[in-house]
Design a protein around this ligand. Structure first.
Ligand code: BGC
Length: 879
């Protein structure tokens, strides 16, 4: 029987270097098989700086191990501390050993801490109407004493890559990332102690246009946040003789710049052009002569609040090798990586000077085997590399990313370099969140679908949650994020990632004169951003400002985050949503409704079979309930009650509008009935018929999907709540179009935007809106985790876990596990031979509990930590 502390963390950071919180809350996870172990109190030891005296905080009478308050004085700017913890068990149960030390270090907490560092740009005219040449900045400096430690604080107006003495700093990609730069502009902190030396040094920074200044957004316009590429950096070197030396960006510090370097262009949608003959050897080393480089000029301070990031940086997290390299009927060379992915290529190649190699990226192939670029619309996703004839060189693009499985290669110098796994690979890039959730079952196609859901999350979690990663969009569409948020919180610890995006969402909503939560965030449409064009308040999409914080609260139990977001949620409900005379949605607003209902006309995805305002009103009722729930969780009892009674008024108005005048409900569709059931809108009179009707609507539709974005995420839960789980299994395991597994049998390796992105005859849906990497319909995985896997938080933050698998669909085994804030929780079940008997094994981490309900049982057993086995010999599987 053991219990130990496996990880100690601060706030929502995986690595707490340069964080914005001066009094970071502390969390620790447990490991070990101790039975019924609960914490009675803990000792927290904090040692400030490198040579401080450890201070011990002995907290008695607390079972809290997640986000506990920082007991010590606030950290000063750049101040660090080492922290360890030891937990004591209740009722004489054993204590843990001390955890390992975890370090935390504050970032630059105020503007003054930047010590006068300001954004600088090359003193040259900027390219306003075309892709911008990347700009290189450099400065040489001397350090007179032995280096004790060094930090680089850096951000860009654009995207940056920093180097010190010829070495790349850190492993962040596309830094500082994508955000609402007008409100929040993040900088990164690097420990560069090992890259600085006593004597001569140089720092170099390359800046590309990125989201900030490149061609981007719905209208693909340039310069959304600025037209000039710049960098702001502060290097702080502490030396062993006790002094501090700084290098900062300003126009007096002898920085120089050039736009003559090898990155001719590097654009999010269009790709990169890289010319090896324009490389500038050793440019970021001390001995380099930059006398012919340009002077720099100062730019105004960044518009948004300069702060350190909430979410993890993007990194190269996986590398894939080509699965096949073939020549198509039309003579093109096409590489298949076997997986639709997001990132870029990395190559090693040698060839004659002037060799121009071009890589065009695509998600799918045409029937003749050529790459299909139609779905990309105007995004070129094309990289070109021009060789200079030197030895073997390595290259990967710098400030772009692509969504692809296939790459068409032109101009590869096969005489000097074989095109194979040793010369070309794919790097998979996404926000470096910790993987938390797993699921596997006896159903192979379902497992593959689940894997595809994970891949689509990876492909669309690059700094912000995007709709798709390949065409000329890649925007933070809020409806998609709303649908997928609960699923994402199971698969990965996305708490910092969401926190960042939710902050921007609320800033943007608050800044809008009408308080409309945006259709997509960051809002980068220049007219909407500047306020000269009104923003459109849209149900389900704008509702993310309520739904996503609530989902995050369920996953993390983070009341601090909830408090921050509560105001935004209320503002949207109270002011943002235009209402009619009875409090429902104003009928003159634009709505996406049940977007991409499979029966909607191909080119008009909003023309669903369920009325747009029925969908909008149903969501309004549910969002009002969630705001009431938030108020209750935050102890705002009066407000909570007021939203609860407002909800009842809305339900009654809904009845008048959508139920009373009709036989049952205005639209007898899967979505209308599912929303009515799931959101508790039907009353005792109408509910039984609604249940029966939903069941027959689904059966009459041959158990195929009849829902779009709004209905899909709710349908399974609606059916399960009224004992129709078997109906949902029947749907979930269909393989005809439209269904979830159709895309799997059609060879999909990610989840698709449309139920039929690829048509049954293998051709591509020609609607002009056909992505093969959209996560919204993957939102069904939330149901899979909870109902097949059987795992869900019973209380926010998983202190109590609900284990209640509902087997069906002929599935005979399932295994779900989740790295909760307490430690690893798992549920593994199997059905005995001949479908008789049910075995369940549950592992509960220390300091948490599980409420276990066996299939069909009305009884729930509450168990503490440890491994528990359950058996039901009377169980018979329905096939
Ligand atoms: C996106 C969606 C998004 C929608 C708005 C599309 O172009 O790809 O997923 O939510 O527009 O309805």
């Amino acid at each position: 029987m053991a219990v130990s502390i496996s990880a100690l963390s601060f706030e929502h950071h995986r690595q707490a270097l340069g964080i914005a919180e001066a009094t970071p809350r502390v969390s620790w996870r447990f490991e070990g098989d101790a039975v019924d172990w609960e914490q009675s109190g803990y000792d927290l030891e904090i040692t400030r700086g490198s040579d401080g005296v450890p201070k011990l905080y002995n907290i008695v009478d607390s079972s809290d191990s997640v986000l506990v308050p920082w007991p010590d004085e606030a950290l000063a700017s750049a101040e660090s501390a080492r922290v360890r913890v030891r937990s004591h068990g209740k009722d004489g149960q054993t204590s843990t050993d001390w955890s390992d030390y975890s370090s935390v270090e504050a970032g630059l907490l105020s503007t003054e801490d930047w010590q006068g560092a300001v954004p600088i740009a090359a003193d040259r005219p900027t390219e306003v109407d075309s892709a911008k040449h990347s700009v290189m900045f450099r400065k040489a400096f001397d350090v007179d004493a032995e280096v004790a430690s060094a930090r680089l604080y850096i951000t860009a107006l654009g995207l940056y890559i920093a180097e010190l003495n010829g070495e790349r700093v850190g492993d962040h990609q596309l830094a500082p990332g994508y955000m609402s730069y007008q409100f929040r502009h993040t900088y990164d902190t690097y420990d560069v102690t090992d890259l600085i030396q006593q004597g001569s040094n140089a720092v170099g920074v390359t800046v590309g246009e990125g989201w900030f200044a490149g061609r981007f957004g719905l209208n693909s316009r340039r310069n959304t946040w600025g037209d000039t590429l710049g960098v702001q950096a502060l290097l702080v070197v502490s030396t062993k003789d006790g002094s501090t030396f700084t290098v900062k960006t300003d126009s007096n510090s002898d920085w120089h710049a050039t736009a003559e370097g090898p990155i001719i262009s590097s654009d999010i949608y269009d790709g990169e052009v890289y010319d090896f003959s324009a490389e500038i050897p050793d440019w970021s080393t001390a001995g380099f002569n930059d006398s012919n480089w340009l002077q720099v000029k100062e730019l105004p301070a960044v518009q948004g609040r300069l702060t350190s990031p909430d979410g993890p940086p993007m990194r190269k997290l996986l590398t894939l090798e080509p699965q096949s390299i073939s020549t198509t009927q039309s003579g093109k060379t096409v590489i298949d990586f076997g997986q639709n992915l997001v990132g870029w290529l990395s190559i090693n190649v040698s060839g004659p000077a002037g060799t121009n190699i071009t890589f065009r990226h695509a998600e799918v192939l045409l029937l003749n085997g050529d790459i299909a670029t139609e779905p990309l619309r105007s995004a070129k996703q094309t990289d070109s590399v021009i060789l200079s004839g030197n030895n073997t060189v390595s290259w990967e693009p710098h400030f772009t990313y692509h969504g692809f499985r296939y790459v068409e290669v032109t101009g590869w110098p096969t005489e000097s370099t074989a095109l194979d796994a040793s010369s070309i690979r794919a790097e998979v890039v996404f926000s470096d969140m910790e993987r938390t959730g797993y699921f596997e079952s006896s159903h192979e196609l379902l497992n593959k679908f689940h894997e595809n859901v994970i891949w689509s999350m990876r492909g669309n979690f690059l700094g912000v949650p995007t709709d798709c990663p390949q065409r000329d969009e890649r925007l933070g569409w809020t409806g998609d994020a709303h649908a997928f948020a609960p699923t994402s919180n199971y698969l990965y610890d996305a708490s910092g990632f969401w926190r960042a995006w939710l902050r921007d969402l609320w800033s943007e909503t608050d800044a809008d004169p009408e308080k409309a939560s945006p259709e997509f965030s960051p809002t980068n449409d220049p007219e909407v951003k500047s306020g000269s064009m009104p923003r459109r308040p849209v149900a389900v999409w704008g509702d993310v400002i309520v739904g996503s914080p609530w989902a995050l609260f369920q996953a993390t139990g983070d009341l601090g985050m909830l408090e921050d977001q509560y105001e935004g949620a209320r503002t949207w409900i109270d002011q943002g949503i235009p209402r009619n005379e009875v409090g429902l949605w104003n009928r003159s607003t634009w709505q996406y409704g049940d977007w991409l209902d499979p029966k909607a006309p191909e080119a008009e995805a909003d023309l669903a079979t369920t009325h747009k305002f029925l969908v909008a009103d149903a969501y309004l009722i549910q969002m009002t309930r969630l705001v009431s729930n938030m108020g209750a969780a935050l102890g705002k009892v009066d407000e909570s009650e007021s939203y609860a009674s407002n909800r009842l008024e809305l339900v009654s108005a809904f009845h008048d509008a959508w139920i009373e005048p009709y036989d049952l409900i205005a639209n007898v569709t899967q979505t209308a009935l599912a929303l009515g059931i799931r959101f508790d809108i039907f009353d005792n009179d109408t509910l039984p018929r609604a249940i029966e009707t939903l069941n027959s609507v689904i059966a009459n539709n041959s158990y195929l999907v009849g829902t779009g974005f709004a209905g899909t995420q709710q349908l399974g839960f609606a059916l399960t709540s009224v004992n129709l789980t078997s109906t949902f299994y029947e749907m979930l395991l269909q393989t005809q179009v439209p269904s979830w597994l159709y895309q799997v049998v059609m060879g999909g390796t990610t989840t698709w935007e449309r139920w039929d992105s690829l048509l049954p005859n293998g051709t591509i849906n020609g609607s002009g809106m056909t992505s093969f990497n959209h996560y919204a319909f993957g939102s069904v995985a939330d149901w899979i985790h909870q109902k097949i896997g059987g795992l869900a938080p019973a209380t926010p933050g998983w202190k109590v876990v609900q284990v209640a698998p509902e087997p069906g669909g002929g599935i005979t085994t399932a295994d779900a596990s989740y790295l909760s804030p307490y430690g690893k929780v798992s549920a593994t079940w199997s059905v005995g031979a001949d479908g008789k008997g049910f075995n369940l094994e549950v592992v509960v981490p220390p300091n948490s509990q599980a409420e276990v309900t066996l299939p069909g049982s009305k009884e729930t057993a509450t168990v503490g930590s440890g491994k528990h086995s359950f058996q039901d010999d009377t169980f018979e599987m329905s096939m």
